[in-house]
Design a protein around this ligand. Sequence first.
Ligand code: NAI
Length: 652
Amino acid sequence: MIQPQMPETKNWSFHRDVEKLGWLTINTPGPVNTLSREAITELEVLVTRFEALAESGELVGVILLSGKDSGFIAGADVSEFDAMSDFSVLPEALKRTHALFARIEKLKIPVVAGIHGFCLGGGLELALACHYRVAVNDDKTRIGFPEVGLGIFPGFGGTGRSIRQAGPVDAMQIMLTGKMLRAGAARGLNLVDKLVRHRDMLRWEARKAVLQKRKSTEAGFLKRVMAMGPLRGYVAGKMKEQAGKKARVEHYPAPYALIELFEAHGNDWKAMIAGEVDAFVPLMGSDTATNLRRVFFASEALKKQGTKGVKFARVHVIGAGVMGGDIAAWCALKGMSVTLQDLDMERIQPALDRGKKLFKKRLRKKHEVDAAVLRLEADPNGKGVSRADVIIEAVVEKLEVKQSIFSGLEDRLKPGAILATNTSSIELERIAEKLKQPERLIGLHFFNPVAQLPLVEVIRSTFNTDAEIGKGAAFALAIGKSPVVVKSAPGFLVNRVLMPYMLGAVQRVEAGESKEMLDAAAVAFGMPMGPIELMDTVGLDVGKSVATELGHGVPEGSQFDRLVKEGKLGRKTGEGFYKWVDGKAQKGEVPAHGDLAGLGRELVKPLVDMTEVVLAEGVVANEGLADIGVIMGTGFAPFLGGPLKARKDGKA
Ligand code: NAI
């Protein structure tokens, strides 16, 4: 078959087969495909050739596939966004991409996208500009618009085309939440037209789609009606109400800008696309988007840490309490075989029960839940120690207990196994001092609740070498957590910065200020939860012991001290500073205050001050790590880029 003359491209390859079908494969540099400026410019040249070949009858259709196992296209190239934020280049670049996608849509021959793995953001926008979409219906396919997480919304025509396909309500929902859909759900929303079971069936099905000239259908009237006439204003109002529950416009403007775009043009998908540019451009260069990109890169960098090639299959956890039990269940959820040890079976059983609940919540299929249950095994006699790749100790916070456990273990360990403690306050050097090989012990400090908080502080003692720390970070990544390496110093990073902030607020409550007002102020500043509600959530007993360990006084007879003595420990006992019903703090009215956000900034100041101290002491290696660690461990306002970035910008 003589191949038509095609331009040289770095990101795409093309060949035409005997049936005159064009096979276009994207394979950009790096582990995932991204739509860089270069890839888009090359696609422009290719599409010009397709137009000519279609006109002369030499091409009957184009099938767009990915050449990478990792998936279709993960989005536009975020590393170009800072440069693209410039008002002088962005509108032009967006309009060019809009024009290109419109040309694909207008091609006289069918263009079919074959999707496997990640099909996100700009990747989904390109797929939506094709005439038909086939996707692999397996566990790996993920389809969605994660742009809101970067402080923007889809800018390559995805707003209008997703509304055209899925109807306004569903399309806006996926754009506003950034939710990633599985292939079946995307089919249900009409973002995908056909499902296949395996990736090797994509080519066959896409070929059929081209030869049969299949074309996707648009959303039906019943769906579109929600964007018509006065209904649209009502729907937009509801969307704003929902958005308001999650984020404030001054912190995260993108969802609101998208809703306004919908309010103006939601009944006309082409007008929606045309309106995208003006609404999108100011967002891209906003402080929020700039900071969220910084957070994105920092969290991506965390994933690149750790020794490569180490495999972890078996984990042994000692201590089946709040933390040990949940760490064990989390590891089993993530595919590890786990043995869980405690003094007796009665203490282990509740952890197994909690584990089962977690598996049922997080795993879709019964056989997956059953397999996870089997992977989590009670082990009161510690038989799993000698087989484990990782041993995590999470027993009571007492030095002698921890020391005696570790010295009993040392001779039974598998060579190379990780030996870790989850201690939150005891220096590692003291726990390790009786070991024959003290360099083996590292800290893996998880956060409560384990299933919800992504951070694991990997604690480095003066005995450790890069080898143990590298393995510890690799293990945290293997169980889907984000590791931040921190020196063994009291409170490490997160507890150290949180304590002065929480205790400062507690003192103000004790001096008579309203707890509701203080909590509302911290939220107005951008924290996910106020400091008093957080203290209740952590547990007043835990808070008091960490505070004492860090040298902060909890005065005898203070309200805090009294509550602890009365067993009012917060959420877990149903009462602390607040009363708790069904997991919710029962709050009274927030007294009027002229500048809640300003008050919040005042409350957060000790946290930011302490982050500076911790950095200066070398507890974390650099500013970027301190910022991402505090964001992940405390929820500190991501749109401000972390405490140090916020201070630099004069915002904290
Ligand atoms: P917990 O009191 O809920 O659980 C401790 C468990 O250790 C109990 O089940 C106890 O029976 C068991 N245990 C005691 N001696 C043992 C031994 N010799 N052999 C086997 N098991 C033994 O305590 P929690 O809260 O789970 O804390 C455990 C560790 O995790 C502590 O070091 C704590 O500082 C740390 N931590 C706690 C956090 C929290 O929010 N609770 C957060 C991060 C770390």
